[in-house]
Design a protein around this ligand. Structure first.
Ligand code: MN
Ligand code: MN
Length: 298
C-alpha cells in the first residue's frame, strides 16, 4: 500500500542517513561513499530511488561518483550526501551535510534549523510561500543566504520531481499542501559572499529515461530496456550499468540514447560565486493529524 511503502522507505532512508551523518568519511573516495551508502540501502532489502549524490563544497547538488571515481574527501570539505529509497516506486528523499571543519558548522546548522522550522509548520493547507518565508528568514537570521533557485518538490510514484516546488525563499503564488500527498523539503544554504543561486556545471553523471522510443540500434535499445526494467523513470548512474556493459561500451550507448533524447543527462549544480553550500532534506506527508515526516530520525 502506498502510505505504508512511503513510511517504510522513509524509515530505512533515515536509518542510513544517520549512519552517514556520524561516519568519518575523510580519506574515502566518492566512489567508495556511493557504493557503501547504496550498499546499506540494498542490504535492507529495498532499492535506491536514485544514485547517492556526493556534492562537495561549491557543488550544491547532482554529483554522483563515476566508476572508480578517485575524488577523495579532505578534512576541509563540506559534503552533501543525498540519498533515496524506493519501495514500489514510493520514494523517501533525504540528505545530510557532513563537515569536519568547525569553520563551516554554522552553514550546516542553518540548513538543519531551516528544515526543522519548516517541518514544524507543516499541515495540510499550509501555503508553500509561507514555508519559503520561514526557510529564508531562519537562514538570514543566522547570517547566511538561501539558494533561491533550488527547491523542494512534490513526489509521485517513480517520480522524484512530480511538478510542484517548495521554495527556499518567500515567493509570490505557489500552492497549498494537500493531505496524503508526499513532498520533500530541502533548504540549501550558502555564505554571505555567495550569490544565492546555482548554475549548471559541465559535468553530467546522473541520467534518467525521457521516452522509450526505439533507436533502431539493437544494443542501445537493449540498454534502454535494461534501464526501464531496473530503474523505471528514476535516475541512474553509469556505475549502475557497468555491471552489464563494459564501461567504454556503456558510455557509447548512453551517448547514443542522449543524442536521441530518449535519455536525459542532469548537469551538476554549482554556486554562482563558488561559495560552499550546505543542505538538509526530509520527505513528509501531511495528514489529518498534522504531518508524518517519513525520514525523521528515530
Ligand atoms: Mn534529495
Ligand atoms: Mn529532493
Amino acid at each position: 500500500m502506498q502510505i505504508e511503502d512511503y513510511i517504510k522507505a522513509g524509515k530505512i532512508a533515515a536509518e542510513v542517513r544517520e549512519m552517514v551523518r556520524v561516519k568519518d568519511w575523510i580519506g574515502k573516495t566518492v566512489y567508495e561513499i556511493c557504493e557503501e551508502v547504496e550498499g546499506e540501502i540494498k542490504k535492507r532489502g529495498v532499492k535506491c530511488a536514485f544514485p547517492v549524490n556526493t556534492s562537495i563544497n561549491e557543488v550544491a547538488a547532482h554529483y554522483t561518483a563515476e566508476p572508480n571515481d578517485p575524488i577523495t574527501i579532505k578534512d576541509t570539505d563540506l559534503v552533501k550526501i543525498d540519498l533515496g529509497v524506493q519501495i514500489n516506486g514510493y520514494i523517501a528523499d533525504t540528505a545530510v551535510t557532513v563537515c569536519y571543519d568547525a569553520q563551516f558548522d554554522g552553514l550546516v546548522q542553518a540548513a538543519e534549523e531551516a528544515l526543522g522550522n519548516a517541518m514544524s509548520m507543516i499541515k495540510s493547507g499550509v501555503k508553500v510561500s509561507d514555508i519559503g518565508r520561514t526557510i529564508e528568514t531562519t537562514i538570514k537570521q543566522m547570517g547566511f543566504k538561501p539558494i533561491a533557485n533550488l527547491s523542494g518538490h512534490s513526489l509521485g510514484q517513480y517520480t522524484i520531481h512530480a511538478g510542484k516546488s517548495i521554495p527556499n525563499i518567500w515567493s509570490i503564488g505557489g500552492f497549498s499542501l494537500s493531505e496524503n500527498s508526499a513532498y520533500a523539503c530541502e533548504p540549501f544554504v550558502t555564505t554571505e559572499q555567495g550569490g544565492g543561486f546555482v548554475r549548471n556545471g559541465q559535468i553530467k553523471n546522473i541520467f534518467a529515461i525521457n521516452s522509450r522510443k526505439k533507436t533502431k540500434e539493437p544494443e542501445a535499445d537493449r540498454l534502454l530496456d535494461f534501464i526501464w526494467d531496473n530503474f523505471n523513470m528514476l535516475p541512474f548512474a553509469l556505475r549502475w550499468i557497468t555491471k552489464e556493459w563494459e564501461e567504454k561500451k556503456a558510455r557509447e550507448l548512453l551517448e547514443i540514447l542522449i543524442k536521441k533524447k530518449t535519455i536525459q543527462a542532469y548537469p551538476i549544480l554549482i554556486e554562482v560565486n563558488e561559495q560552499r553550500v550546505a543542505q538538509a532534506e526530509h520527505t513528509f506527508i501531511p495528514n489529518e493529524n498534522g504531518v508524518i515526516v517519513t525520514t525523521r530520525a528515530l
